[in-house]
Design a protein around this ligand. Structure first.
Ligand code: ADP
Ligand code: MG
Length: 160
């Protein structure tokens, strides 16, 4: 587990870019944090780094967006989801079990039991010090993801 502090949307965007440089196909990335924390901004920068050129927006109403860059990115937002059945209906489990691309999930904490065994968790919190200050905590769930988070920590700390 490691923590980064950011002081602007650009800082968070840069951090997401570093994640984009390291992330591998097959990874599930869960993004926790209150409304307006910066989850979608993080995904936007990640997607740009992976070569996505079109619009990247929160799939709040349609639950999932698919972007195509150097690989496919499946972007879920569980905020408005009302039942686990809906997850099944949109094929969530097929996408997240062995992803053929990269899966990002906003509001994973709404359906904790539905998450896969392996994922990287990114928690974005307002620190309260300034309007734009954020604490971003990376952790891995599952052995592979913990290993990845360690690599990421080294990469982020040597890239700053
Ligand atoms: P979420 O998806 O978590 O609801 P968004 O990414 O849609 O949040 O919005 C985050 C908002 O907060 C954006 O308007 C962004 O410019 C602003 N913001 C201010 N400071 C930061 C920061 N340090 N990191 C990320 N976003 C920030
Ligand atoms: Mg969002």
């Amino acid at each position: 587990m490691f923590t980064c502090m950011t002081n602007s949307p650009e800082d968070t965007g840069h951090l997401a870019e570093l994640v984009g440089q390291k992330i591998r196909e097959g990874t599930v990335l869960c993004l926790e944090g209150d409304l307006g924390a910066g989850k979608t901004l993080f995904v936007q920068s990640l997607a740009r780094t992976l070569g996505v050129e079109g619009e990247v927006t929160s799939p709040t109403f349609n639950l999932m967006n698919i972007y195509v860059g150097i690989c496919r990115i499946f972007h879920f937002d569980l905020y408005r989801l009302e039942s686990e059945e809906e997850l099944e209906d949109i094929g969530f489990y097929e996408y997240t079990e062995e992803p053929e691309g990269i899966v990002v999930i906003e509001w994973p904490d709404k359906f904790p039991e539905s998450l896969p065994d392996e994922y990287v968790l990114v928690r974005i919190e307002r620190t309260g010090e300034t309007e734009d200050a954020r604490r971003i905590v990376f952790s891995g769930v599952g052995e592979r993801s913990q290993e990845f988070v360690k690599e990421l920590e080294t990469f982020v700390h040597t890239s700053h």
